[in-house]
Write a protein that binds this ligand. Structure first.
Ligand code: HEC
Ligand code: HEC
Length: 331
């Protein structure tokens, strides 16, 4: 049984870069841009917690921070391992030992002793409690667009996760990624609620918080390939299986150009029963990192907005085989 999660391996980060010695020591001593955490306590109302559970699903926090059972269709989260943290396996080729933290309420090994402001800062600004920059596999560059209301709700929900005592090693990011990533954090204040009256703009908000482009855009040396946004083709390779992200541009032949809105919603809602009742056993040929179970929880108006946003993107011709036959393609 494969139990682990991964996603977003494409972030393999700024791989090959040459820097001079002087630049290197400057980069080494430099601190990331940061502001003190907000001094607030989020209200723990049922509405906030419910909204936070939704934001947690949309943003796929489980995707990296929870133990998952990939012997079942779409890799459901193991309830006993929700938020307990994951050490990413070396085969993913990340620059160093990258560890998705324990985000449960355990006081010693999780976020239990953090203030709400510190949690908000980590999620939106990429700064850990001790002031270090977080490795950007944690998608704070997307989450910085999360509205204040949504991040408060998210934190209210995080505060309800049952504590799991699970001590993990710290991430150790190799040079030069460890230096370059210090450029990424930045303070975030006053993000308004998204405008829901315009489906395309609302869809953009949801797709940003849902980090769709990161998985659905092919990378070359750690950077998204120009002109290929949403055109898929990014490979996620594990020892036991490989999956390639789909083309979700409106291209008629190779993307979702011929999909009706109804078909788009149906594709997600096909997983609703599995999300509720549990997924059947499935072999490596159906392995996927697409967060179907989490995204099947989105209300129809949100999926419609995402559809409207995707349809407004430029079509890109790019045929993709999402589940290549084992051995059919090189690594
Ligand atoms: C694509 C993978 C990925 C996703 C999705 C993700 N995280 Fe993370 N997260 C990480 C990694 C990896 C780290 C550790 C980075 C490091 O150590 O530099 C991290 C760090 C954190 C931290 C900081 C913990 C610490 O000890 O500094 C918090 C808090 C956190 N994540 C919460 C969340 C929440 C909440 C979500 C969903 C909104 C989320 N993460 C989604 C990968 C992810
Ligand atoms: C962690 C990576 C990841 C994230 C995040 C992700 N996807 Fe995917 N997605 C995939 C992969 C891999 C596939 C292909 C395998 C499959 O169909 O399960 C896929 C398939 C799809 C498909 C099916 C396309 C087809 O031709 O059958 C749609 C639609 C889709 N994704 C939309 C989205 C949207 C919208 C978002 C953001 C809300 C999103 N994805 C986020 C990895 C991801």
């Amino acid at each position: 049984m494969q139990k682990m999660l991964i996603r977003g391996l494409g972030f393999a980060a700024a791989a090959v870069v040459t820097v001079s010695g002087a630049t290197l020591s400057y980069l080494y001593l430099r601190k990331p841009e940061m502001a003190p955490p907000l001094s607030i306590r989020v209200e723990m109302t049922p509405e906030r917690i419910a909204r936070g559970k939704y934001v947690y699903a949309l943003a796929d926090c489980d995707g990296c921070h929870s133990e998952r059972d990939f012997s079942r269709l779409a890799g459901p989260v193991m309830e006993s391992g929700r938020g307990k943290g994951v050490v990413f396996p070396p085969e993913l080729g990340l620059p160093g030992r990258i560890v998705a933290s324990n985000i449960t309420t355990d006081r010693e090994t999780g976020l239990g002793a953090w203030t709400d402001g510190e949690k908000i800062r980590a999620v939106r600004e990429g700064i850990s409690r001790d002031g270090r920059a977080l490795f950007p596999l944690m998608p704070y560059e997307n989450y910085r667009h999360m509205s204040d209301e949504d991040v408060f709700s998210l934190v209210a929900y995080l505060n309800t996760l049952p504590p799991i005592r699970h001590r993990l090693p710290k991430s150790e990011v190799k040079l030069p990624a460890s230096l370059l990533m210090k450029d990424l954090p930045r303070p975030v204040r006053n993000v308004p609620q998204p405008d829901r009256s315009d489906p395309v703009r609302y869809g953009e908000y949801l797709a940003t918080v849902g980090v769709c482009a990161d998985c659905h855009t092919q990378r070359e040396r750690g950077s998204p390939k120009p002109g290929m946004r949403f055109a898929g083709g990014e490979r996620f390779h594990f020892g036991f299986a490989t999956v390639v992200s789909s083309n979700i541009t409106p291209d008629e032949k190779t993307g979702i150009g011929r999909w009706s809105e109804r078909a788009f919603l149906a594709r997600f809602y096909a997983y609703r029963d599995y999300a509720q009742k549990g997924s059947p056993q499935a072999g490596p040929q159906s392995f996927t990192l697409m967060p179907w179970l989490a995204l099947s929880q989105l209300p129809p108006e949100d999926l419609r907005a995402i559809y409207a946003y995707l349809r407004a993107q430029p079509p890109v011709f790019n045929p993709v085989t999402t589940h290549p036959r084992p051995g059919a393609e090189p690594l």
